[in-house]
Design a protein around this ligand. Structure first.
Ligand SMILES: *Cc1c(COP(=O)(O)O)cnc(C)c1O
Length: 509
């Protein structure tokens, strides 16, 4: 599978090199061509006997075709196992009922967020790719996080040979538990820095460092290659395709849907990585009707998908779904590439507009293509809170704020279609809501929505216990353990200092 820079078709890498490199030097993201994806279209009927591991193997064999079967199997076995995922039969994305629809529980991994699905296996892909190069360089991973990627990456790369990792999180943004998860990280090759600013600052910082000529020189002199654990890395994106396909297979096998019935997926979206993986699953032949893009008050994507105008010139709101507090959704660039027929010139133009003016507009034709597969809604902070409460009271389930944003958007999608007879059958298609985090990760905010008590007076761990009394679901061990863990990282830096910090790390490696 040839992977092209979205900003220059002639910049091509094989999968192993693209995984090592992360981001292209021209700032583009590595992506297959549209027709190269379609060429691997399957008939879902042929996959019905697949379990999660089988489907993972199929997808990795398609997209990472310079890995041999044995390598892929080893990567899967080292990641999707009982040590990492607290699930039955290694089905790491179990489906449960949510009212008349379904919930895909993606939060049973080592850090209780869906990012574990990709970040348990990315280190395996990266080290496997690296070993087969036979080079003697150290890989230095820089990662910007809006809360969940950071811990998942720190956990995945902990003590991985020849790799070190620094995570940047925004001082304004992550939840207490998320911060504590990162600050208590173990491993001799990890570091964590709070950057004064928001997530977009962190993401810009990392992208700037990758494309900085001076830093590149310093890397060469010190035998270091930079890479990324963010969803700009194709090694992050591809593992997420698997659960869309597998959930469809599971729903058919459990007689919840009939073979070839189309279903909708509702995806709480930030950087557009998760939902883009759903789109690729659709291109590959999964019977998907619509991908419902759910945003919180930072509704850049809702506006874009409805109008064709992407405008990041707006205030970034801090919400209780911090992993979606994002104004620059990096993976949208890959969608524009795919839907424009791999038009690298256009993508570069739009991304230059975004960098220079903070705004771009796509043609009506391109917008139409987007709307064939996507619809978009957003949930305000109040609506999110109300949804958590209602879901607890009516459906008997406790969901995290990101999942609540998605569920609220599903309800909006359903009611918007109700007055339109021809669309009515559309809206009755079953929907799967992607549940991207354990409610325990946001225990305080969730508790505030469902309890009459004064929560503000409680500490975070009392919040976990109280939530446990209400849900009766066990507290994930990685979260209850935080209470007694040593805080190892307490550094806060300015944007400019952060670059120097990285340079020093490269020199001292
Ligand atoms: C990262 C994250 C999201 C958003 O996923 P994207 O791939 O960035 O769109 C949603 N919910 C949670 C809990 C997350 O950690």
């Amino acid at each position: 599978m040839k992977l092209h820079s979205t900003r220059n078709l002639n910049e091509i890498k094989n999968p192993k090199d693209a995984i090592i490199k992360g981001l292209s030097d021209d700032g583009g993201l590595y992506c297959p061509k549209y027709e190269d994806i379609i060429a691997h279209k399957f008939n879902i009927k042929d996959l019905l006997s697949n379990n999660y591991t089988d489907t993972a193997k199929l997808i990795f064999t398609i997209f990472f075709d310079d890995f041999i079967d044995k390598e892929i199997e080893a990567c899967i076995n080292a990641s999707y196992n009982k040590n990492n995922f607290d699930v039955a039969n290694n089905n790491i994305a179990p489906i449960t009922k949510l009212g008349n629809n379904f919930l895909m529980e993606l939060y049973h991994g080592p850090t209780s967020a869906f990012k574990d699905v990709a970040l348990t296996i990315l280190p395996q892909f990266l080290t496997t790719a690296y070993k087969s190069k036979g080079e003697n360089k150290k890989v230095y991973i820089l990662t910007a996080t809006s809360g969940d990627t950071g811990k998942a990456a720190l956990s995945g790369f902990k003590d991985v040979e020849n790799v070190s990792i620094t995570v940047f999180y925004p001082t304004d943004g992550v939840s207490n538990i998320q911060k504590l998860q990162m600050q208590t990280s173990e491993g001799n090759n990890v570091s964590v820095v709070a950057v004064k600013g928001d997530f977009d600052d962190c993401q810009r910082l990392v992208k700037e460092i990758y494309t900085d000529a001076d830093i590149k020189k310093i890397c060469n002199e010190n035998n270091v290659v930079l890479s990324s654990a963010n969803s700009i890395n194709i090694g992050r994106l591809v593992p997420q395709i698997v659960y869309y396909i597998q959930s469809y297979i599971d729903l058919v096998n459990e007689n919840c849907i009939k073979l070839n019935d189309e279903i909708n997926f509702v995806v709480p979206t930030g950087n557009f990585g998760d939902i883009l993986a759903g789109y690729i699953a659709k291109l590959l032949g999964t019977p998907i009707n619509k991908l419902i893009c759910a945003s919180n008050d930072n509704k850049v994507l809702t506006d874009f998908i409805n109008t064709g105008m992407y405008d990041k010139n707006r205030e970034l709101y801090k919400t209780i779904s911090p992993s979606m507090d994002i104004l620059v959704s990096s993976n949208l660039e890959r969608l524009l590439f795919l839907l424009s027929g791999n038009d690298d010139k256009l993508v570069k133009e739009l991304m230059d507009d975004l960098n220079e003016k903070g705004i771009y507009k796509v043609s009506d034709n391109l917008l139409l293509k987007i709307k064939e597969s996507f619809v978009a809604y957003y949930a305000s902070q109040d609506e999110c809170k109300k949804t958590i409460k209602e879901t607890f009271e009516k459906d008997g389930r406790i969901i995290d704020p990101h999942t609540a944003v998605a569920y609220n958007c599903l309800k909006k999608y359903l009611s918007s279609n109700h007055d339109n007879i021809s669309k009515k059958s559309e809206s009755e298609k079953p929907a799967v809501v992607l549940s991207t985090a354990s409610p325990y990760k946001f225990a305080r905010d969730v508790l505030k929505c469902i309890s009459e008590d004064n929560i503000d007076a409680l500490d975070d761990f009392t919040c976990l216990d109280k939530l446990n009394e209400l849900t009766k679901e066990p507290i994930p061990k990685n979260l209850s353990k935080l209470k007694t863990k040593e805080k190892r990282f307490d550094t806060t830096l300015d944007y400019s200092e952060s670059k120097n910090y990285v340079v020093n790390n490269i020199k001292n490696d």
